[in-house]
Ligand binder design. Structure first.
Ligand SMILES: Cc1cc2nc3c(=O)[nH]c(=O)nc-3n(C[C@H](O)[C@H](O)[C@H](O)COP(=O)(O)O)c2cc1C
Length: 451
């Protein structure tokens, strides 16, 4: 079992994720948007979304997101049963507005410029809480002090069956940390990141010391600014993806974004060829069968599944899994009661095979520090994809079971993998053009800022 050695962690300068000299914030303000990677065909496919219902603005209290999902599912069916999405139903982030009056609604104009540093740091936490997390558990707390933020794991939100060592919990916290760092630099605050343990605080994962003095004013490069701007539009899309190739240069772009945020500790394998995708799909299917046969796994999953109209600020509402209101009502009971591993396996195998690109994030060691860095890399990959209008979803199941994880490591050319400790797959993503889906709920920053 991984034990962690966080007392020995060296400091990691946050600026390392931004090679080159820091620029001053006026540059950020007027920074030109980085040219999109989409080619003419992809743009045209996206233009066709106008008026087909999939671009309708979703709301957590309505079925709008579900309608969009039904449209996408219908489009997939019309293609003759082959998993894949009609290019006409592709999400266009350019028309995106985060849902009003929710934690997603955080316009940069509402940032308390000119306030005390502590208030500014609390405002940056509003971007951290929008990070993805396994089962949307949001397993984080933030201690905001005069000139620093301590990121704490909230282990009351752990998933002991699916994630017995808090590996994915720590990855989720790493995602929130990367959002926090991007937000700080967006608003001119210079962060210094330390992954050293805090004495007597086993849950403290990272400390960010902040400096907002004009002398050290931080800023984002134009490509990083696009990552920041994607924070409020990113979400997980579990639908089949369209048969539209990804833009040339996209793979390099997400690879660069992830590698920088992982401070060189996280490697990203990109699998675009059919055989590799099929092999990964087979492993995912195998893992699905094992996980769903376990009653405890199903019970844990069901606990975090909620009906579409739920006011629960965490967990996964049915619409995020493509369900209508009625299905979302009964789904937790069905999942808890029946082993649907076979169906899940067949579906995931198809999704893996028909997604244009799979990405596997791996590390050379399997300790909390690497998990945190994986989360930081993951956040950047997802934000870079969202900035390009590319949808992302997860096929992590092989990383959650030792035997399957070892097989995946071998498939990636990592030798003995888990056994020999040469390569530790941490996250499996699939990427492609998908339909618009609704945002999932979040706890507001005030609820996760602690003394
Ligand atoms: C470490 C980690 C593991 C995840 N694993 C899965 C997964 O195996 N399957 C899945 O459908 N989603 C997975 N997710 C996505 C979360 O369920 C999702 O982020 C969460 O429900 C919040 O929704 P959002 O991403 O749309 O904001 C994972 C996310 C993280 C950060």
């Amino acid at each position: 079992m991984p034990t962690g050695d966080s007392n020995k962690k060296p400091d990691v300068p946050a600026a390392a994720s931004a090679p080159g000299p820091a620029r001053r914030s006026p540059r950020v303000k007027g920074a030109p948007a980085m040219p999109s990677l989409l080619n003419v065909e992809q743009r045209a496919a996206i233009e066709r979304t106008a008026g087909d219902g999939t671009t309708r603005r979703p709301s957590l209290d309505s079925d709008a997101g579900t309608e969009a999902n039904r449209g996408a599912a219908g489009a997939a069916k019309r293609r003759g049963g082959v998993v894949g999405l009609d290019p006409g139903a592709i999400w266009d982030p350019r028309s995106e507005r985060p849902p009003a009056d929710t934690p997603w609604d955080v316009p940069a104009t509402s940032f308390p410029r000119g306030s005390a540093l502590e208030l500014k740091l609390a405002a940056c936490v509003r971007y951290a809480v929008l990070a993805p997390s396994s089962h949307n558990t949001q397993p984080w707390k933030f201690r905001v002090m005069r000139d620093r933020v301590v990121l704490l794991a909230d282990r009351t939100r752990a998933l002991p069956v699916c994630d017995p060592h808090d590996r994915e919990l720590t990855i989720s916290c790493g995602c929130a940390l990367q959002h926090l760092l991007l937000a700080m630099r967006r608003f001119g605050i210079s962060p210094r990141l330390s992954l050293r343990a805090v004495k007597g605080e086993p849950d403290a994962l990272a400390t960010v010391v902040a400096d907002d003095s004009p002398r050290h004013e931080a800023s984002l490069r134009s490509d990083e600014l696009r990552l920041f701007e994607a924070i409020a539009i990113r979400r997980t899309c579990r639908h089949p993806f369209a048969d539209v190739p990804l833009p040339a240069g996209f793979a390099d772009a997400i690879s660069a974004a992830g590698t920088a945020a992982g401070h060189g500790h996280v490697s990203i394998a990109l699998l675009g060829d059919r055989l590799s995708r099929e092999r990964v799909g087979n492993l995912v299917a195998e893992a699905d069968m094992v996980q769903f046969a376990d009653k405890r796994f199903r019970r844990e999953l069901a606990l975090w599944m909620h009906r579409n109209r739920s006011r629960q600020p965490d967990g996964i509402p049915g619409y995020a899994m493509g369900m209508g209101e009625l299905a979302s009502l009964v789904a937790p009971l069905v999942v808890r009661t029946f082993d649907m591993g076979k169906g899940r396996a067949a579906k995931d195998e198809e999704l893996a095979r028909h997604s244009p690109l799979l990405a596997v994030l791996s590390t050379r060691r399997d300790e909390p520090k690497e998990w945190l860095l994986t989360g930081m890399a993951l956040a950047n990959v997802l934000l870079r994809a969202a900035a390009e209008g590319v949808a992302a979803s997860y096929l992590n199941q092989p990383c959650e079971l030792d035997l399957m994880r070892e097989k995946l490591a071998r498939l990636l050319g990592g030798g003995a993998g888990v056994g020999g400790g040469t390569l530790w797959p941490q996250i499996v993503l699939r990427l492609g053009f998908g339909p618009r889906v609704a945002h999932t709920p979040r706890r507001p920053a005030e609820d996760v800022i602690v003394q």
